[in-house]
Design a protein around this ligand. Structure first.
Ligand code: SAH
Length: 276
């Protein structure tokens, strides 16, 4: 892999990484390769990259992809990227956008990729991981897959099993198949963050076409409203029904009414939303 020297770039442009923007630049070539390999890029692929930073991943994505759109919030980094990639042989395939990725609208993505499917491949800022996941999982124009560098604990939460399920885990598992590709030491970044990371791959699938999605997530919101309370109480409160009505619904869905929300499996939630 013929990749750029991040330290030299930081020096050249006098970049002082901003912690508030989650700026931890990847410098480990093996990890870089793992990200690119797990994205399984084809020459026909469109890629949305969120937070390209100094472009270490961007450069590799451009080697194979048909088109890469890199959305970077930081204005200085946008300038650096444009300066540096101007000389790149694949520059015509790259679009650098100075924007907050959280503000992207479906029409923006349609414009970027001419209504074609796209993948997200990104080493994203940790402080917006949940927001990015939620946004693009629930997006009107979702990617076909997401290969993301996330905080190790977040990766573990995404693949949680019943007993420790969170709303984020349910949502991720509802919309996708999730695989932890690799764990990544904090030493692979400059500056080193305070936590270790993992590469995760989410393959987006329409797993439950028969489900009313709005109702499904409404029930989950209701059920997690008071985490210490039994499921039947949360359900009764949220649906404005009596405790015994809530109990009847849960029993019909084969769920113990005294259980708590984090104990349910994805299949339990699917059953429940069919019964309600
Ligand atoms: N992908 C690069 C940089 C990772 S650091 C690498 O692997 O080295 C995270 C990057 O996300 C930073 O460049 C930061 O400026 C950018 N960023 C932070 N918040 C953002 C947002 N809301 N939208 C787009 N980019 C953002």
């Amino acid at each position: 892999m013929n990749s750029m020297n991040i330290k030299a770039l930081m020096k050249k442009y006098q970049i002082i990484p901003r912690r508030s923007a989650g700026q931890n630049f990847l410098v480990d070539k093996n990890i870089l390769q793992k990200i690119v390999l797990s994205a399984d890029l084809k020459t026909s692929d469109n890629v949305l990259e969120i937070g390209p930073g100094l472009g270490i991943l961007t450069e590799q994505l451009l080697e194979t992809a048909k088109k890469v759109v890199s959305v970077e919030l930081d204005r200085t980094l946008n300038y650096v990227l444009k300066q540096e990639f101007r000389k790149n042989k694949n520059y015509s395939k790259l679009m650098i956008v100075n924007q907050d990725a959280l503000e992207l609208k479906p029409v923006d993505i349609e414009d970027f990729f001419d209504h074609q499917p796209y993948k997200i491949v990104a080493n994203i800022p940790y402080n917006i991981t949940s927001k990015i996941l939620r946004k693009f999982l629930e997006f009107k124009y979702p990617p076909t897959e997401m290969v993301l560098m996330v905080q190790k604990e977040v990766a573990e939460r995404l693949v949680s099993i019943p007993g420790e399920m969170s709303k984020l885990a349910i949502s991720a598992q509802f919309y996708s198949d999730i695989e932890i590709v690799s764990t990544v030491s904090r030493k692979c970044f400059i500056p080193a963050p305070e936590v270790d990371s993992s590469i995760v791959k989410l393959t987006i699938k329409n797993k439950f076409p028969e489900i009313d999605v709005k109702k499904f997530f409404q029930i989950i919101r209701i059920s997690f409203a008071a985490k210490r309370k039994q499921l039947k109480n949360n359900l009764a409160n949220g649906l404005h029904i009596t405790n015994s009505q809530a109990e009847a619904i849960l029993t019909k869905a084969n769920i113990d009414p005294t259980t708590r929300a984090q104990q349910l499996s994805l299949d339990d939630w699917v059953n429940l939303s069919k019964v309600v």
